[in-house]
Design a protein around this ligand. Structure first.
Ligand code: DAT
Ligand code: MG
Length: 149
């Protein structure tokens, strides 16, 4: 089992897409172990996006994610990091495949609705940034025996 860090950016929240997007992860068979709506402090946004510091889009990205609440999730499942990235799709909505979240709901590269950790290392780092120790739920889903083979 892996746990990955996903958040819905201010555009998704403001556009009323929380339910539609969360429903995709739920229907896929993944398990939510953390969920919260929050305004993002600037220092958290800067730590989260540290790898992009100095890039032309960096200042706009920090301003965007701190401008209005985001909906943060910790999502658990077998191979959850890669599975969630596949559900999310390519960074730019115009290039993202139909059937993916970005491919179905957006047209932008910057306002692309959702973040998902890109590796297990990133997921561990990001989960520690966004959730406190002990904040994630413990859940035993008996149905998982029919979700995975
Ligand atoms: P992803 O979110 O698909 O992992 P990334 O890590 O390369 O993409 O970039 C982080 C975010 O930065 C991305 O979701 C939106 C923004 N971004 C990336 N490239 C951009 C660009 N060329 N123009 C505007 N925003 C960009
Ligand atoms: Mg990324």
């Amino acid at each position: 089992m892996e746990t990955t860090l996903i958040f819905l950016k201010p555009d998704a929240v403001q556009r009323g897409l929380i339910g539609s997007i969360v429903g995709r992860f739920e229907a896929k068979g993944l398990t939510f172990v953390g969920m919260k709506l929050m305004n993002v402090p600037k220092d958290l946004a800067e730590k989260h996006y540290a790898e992009h510091q100095g890039k032309p889009f960096y200042d706009g990205l920090i301003a965007f994610v701190t401008s209005s609440p985001v909906f943060v999730m910790a999502i658990r499942g077998v191979n959850a990091v890669a599975v969630c990235r596949t559900l999310i799709g390519a960074t730019n909505g115009q290039k993202a495949d139909p059937g993916t979240i970005r491919g179905d709901f957006g047209m932008s590269g910057g306002y692309n609705m959702i973040h998902g950790s890109d590796s297990l290392e990133s997921a561990e780092r990001e989960l520690a940034l966004w959730f406190d120790d002990g904040e994630l739920a413990t859940i035993d889903k008996t149905l998982d025996q029919w979700v995975y083979d």
